[in-house]
Design a protein around this ligand. Sequence first.
Ligand code: SF4
Ligand code: SF4
Length: 346
Amino acid sequence: MANVYFKKVDSSTSLDEIRSISKELLDIVIKKENINLEKEIPLKVHFGEPGNITFIKPENYDGIIDYLEEKGIKTSFIETNVLYGGQRFKKELHLKTARRHGFTRVPVIIADGDHGELYDDIEINKKHFQKCKLGKEFSNYSQLIVIAHFKGHMLAGFGGAIKQLAMGHASKGGKLAMHMGIKPKINNRKCIKCGLCLKSCAEDAITIGEKSFIDHEKCVGCGACLAVCPSKAVTIMTLKGVSRFISGGSDFREKVVEYAYAAQKGKNNIYINYTMNITSGCDCIGKKMKILMDDIGIYVSTDPVAIDKACYDAVKEAGKKFRGSNTFNYAEEIGLGSAEYTLKDI
Ligand code: SF4
Ligand code: SF4
C-alpha cells in the first residue's frame, strides 16, 4: 500500500495557485515519506509536440523549481528523442521545441544523444526483456522528479507516471523494442485519403491511393499514423495476425511496464501527475485535442503505480474510463509498485 498525496484543482485554479500547490505537495511527500534529496535532481518532463496545446506548460512547474533552488539543489529538464517524425525527433529540433514551448528556466538535457542513439542497457530479466535500452544520461542520476500529464493514450490506454518512466526514458532502440509487433494497416472503406498519416510517417511506409496500404517492411510500429487519422481508418494488426481497432494490447502494455521497471531500478524517484487538460490522446500528437472533462488535481507519490491508479480511478469516477487497466496487474506482478493506495487529500 502506497501513499498518494493529492490536491484538487479545477478550471478556476490560477497559475499561481498551481505553482504553490505543486510546491506544497512536493514538500509534503518529501517530509512524510522521509525522502533524502540528492544534490542534483532532473525533472523528467514532456515538452509537447508543436501544434498540441494541452500539454502541461512549464510555468506550472515553477513551484517545484523554486523548492529545489531554495534547497540548493541543481535541476534541469530531461527528455529523450521520439521514435517517429515531428519536431522532437532529433536533439537539435527537440531543443528548439523545448525553447519554443517555454522550457527555458533550467538547462535542457536530451538523454539519448543527437538521434536517440546513446543508451545504457539496464538488466531486468523479465518476461519480454532481459535488458532495456534507456537514454544514457539517466545513468548519471540516482533521483529524478518524474512529472507526467495524466490523460489517455492511443496504445497504452492511459499515460501517466508509468509511461513517462518507460517511453519517456527509452532510447530510440528501446522505444522500437516496445512497439515491435504492433503494425497498423489501413481500412480502405474508412480512409478519406486526407494524407495526414503520410505526413506523420517518418519511415515513408504509407501509400495513399485507390488502395491505401502500409509497407510492414518499413513500418516501425510507432503509432503516429494511428494518432493522427481523423476517421479511425488506421487499425492495429499484431504480427500474430490478429487485427483489431485501436486497442493496444497487453503485450505492448507489459513491455511498457518492464521498461518502467528498468527506469526506476536503483532510483529514489518522486512522481508528480498533473491530472489536468485531460484528453484522449497524448502530448505527442501535434494538434488541438478536445478536453474530456474538468481538471481533477495534482498528485504526488513515491510509487508510479499507485499514483497512476489514483489518477485512473479519479478519471473513472468523473465519468471517463480509459483502457489499459491490465497495466496495473502486470506492474504489481513484476514489482514496479502497488496498485493499492491511500489517498491523502491535502
Ligand atoms: S506506418 Fe504508422 S506506425 Fe508505421 S512507421 Fe509509419 S507512422 Fe509509424
Ligand atoms: S489519416 Fe486516415 S483517413 Fe487520412 S489518409 Fe491516412 S488512413 Fe486515410
